[in-house]
Ligand binder design. Structure first.
Ligand SMILES: [Fe+2]
Length: 399
């Protein structure tokens, strides 16, 4: 079998390990930056996480401002607010400290600081949009410091921002399209498991399962390069092994494994696409902003797996193996089906929701969720073709 082809570029300086966030001041100084804007949310401040970052920055005599008004499922207006603060002073670098919402808001503010079009012009809905080169200038310098083990956004080229009028979560992003070319994302990322210590159980479960779904969708995606598969296989195993313990006990060794896994999955997101799980979950989240992303993901994962495995049983047999199912002696189809059952057990073990009804979705919205999913970038990479009728059937199965 041919190994196909891929292009590999990774321009982000990454430091992973306990205590690494303490290096932020030193790294800012090493780049010759004198002033910073920290973008975060109020929960991070209350948890005391920002104190570590401020102490490190102050230790190098870097002056800084703080914008702490990011909320979950960030909107275009939140990006505009963050951009106004960024432009209101002299800020050599942005430091994003938080989960995916904070990091995505910061990414988009650094994009609009140096590129002139409105945010929606950088939206990607088709594979052609991804390679169109709409981001023409290098984005403003950015350091990402994740505080959840979930999104992988600290090292990927994507952001998700809700367009409120359309009730639609836009995918914004661009990988480097030529050596040294502009991209959406960080210059430096500090990935410190200790910062996830205070994450409450419900968010630990939702963000951790989101990381699982990234590895799962990247592993089975149409056109996924062989490059990512050892990583995605490993991440599925890590999450299925450690998520329940991190959720139940908050054990730091389990949290470290989860952050390592979510971070590796974020890396893979740059080279492989997603699929119908993210497509349907993002559309649902755009219509119901109060639903946490990882909870919508948990609800759609089993029905999408069942739909896809019928045409791609071998890929889903690999998923089963990754999550610990004994597959010897089973056909690919049998193994794949056992894999879905194992994933359902994982979801149950961390008390994540299992139906759209439980999430408060109105049954009258199912057709709209299915049809709007065809407008997302993610649906193009689903391994099995899916039209509006197929997506409606999946959505009904998720209800
Ligand atoms: Fe996700």
């Amino acid at each position: 079998m041919s190994l196909g082809a891929h292009t590999f570029s990774f321009p982000i300086w990454v430091e992973f390990g306990n205590g690494k966030s303490d290096r932020v001041g030193e790294l800012i100084d090493s780049k010759g930056w004198k002033t910073a804007l920290i973008i975060t949310d109020q929960g991070i401040r209350k948890a005391g996480i920002l104190d570590i970052i401020e102490t490190s920055i102050e230790g190098e005599n870097i002056t800084y401002d703080i914008y702490d008004n990011v909320k979950p499922n960030p909107t275009e207006s939140m990006v505009s607010d963050a951009l106004s603060v960024l432009e209101s002073g002299d800020h050599d670098v942005v430091v994003a400290v938080g989960g995916g919402s904070v990091i995505d808001t910061a990414k988009c503010a650094t994009l609009l600081k140096t590129n002139d079009l409105p945010l929606s012009e950088y939206e990607v809905n088709t594979p052609a949009d991804v390679t169109a080169g709409t981001i023409e200038s290098q984005t403003h310098p950015l350091i990402t410091i994740p505080t959840t083990a979930g999104t992988g956004s600290e090292v990927d080229y994507w952001a998700v921002i809700t367009a409120e009028e359309r009730q639609f979560k836009m995918a914004i992003g661009q990988p480097p399209l030529s050596p040294g070319g502009p991209y959406l994302g960080a210059d430096i990322s500090l990935v410190d498991p200790e910062l996830t210590a205070s994450l409450p159980p419900r968010q630990t479960a939702a963000t951790g399962f989101d990381a699982f779904s990234h590895a799962l969708e990247n592993h089975v995606a149409a056109g996924a390069p062989e490059l990512v598969k050892p990583y995605t296989h490993h991440v599925m195993g890590l999450v299925s092994t450690y998520l329940s313990d991190a959720y139940t006990t908050g054990n730091m060794q389990s949290r470290e494994q989860l952050l390592f896994g979510s971070h590796m999955a974020g890396f893979c997101e740059n080279y492989a696409g997603f699929g119908a799980i993210h497509s349907l979950a993002e559309v649902t989240g755009g219509m119901y902003p109060e639903i946490p992303h990882g909870e919508a993901i948990a609800v759609f994962t089993p029905p999408v797996m069942r739909y896809n495995l019928e045409t791609h049983p071998a890929r889903y047999a690999e998923v089963a193996e990754a999550v610990g199912v004994t597959t010897s002696g089973l056909s690919d189809l049998e193994a794949a089906r056992r894999g879905v059952e194992a994933v359902e057990t994982l979801i149950d073990s961390v008390d994540l929701p299992t139906s759209l009804e439980e999430l408060g979705v109105d049954s009258g919205d199912l057709e709209r969720i299915a049809s709007k999913s065809l407008e997302t970038i993610e649906i193009h990479d689903n391994p099995r073709e899916a039209d509006a009728a197929d997506l409606l059937e999946i959505t009904r199965n998720a209800y």
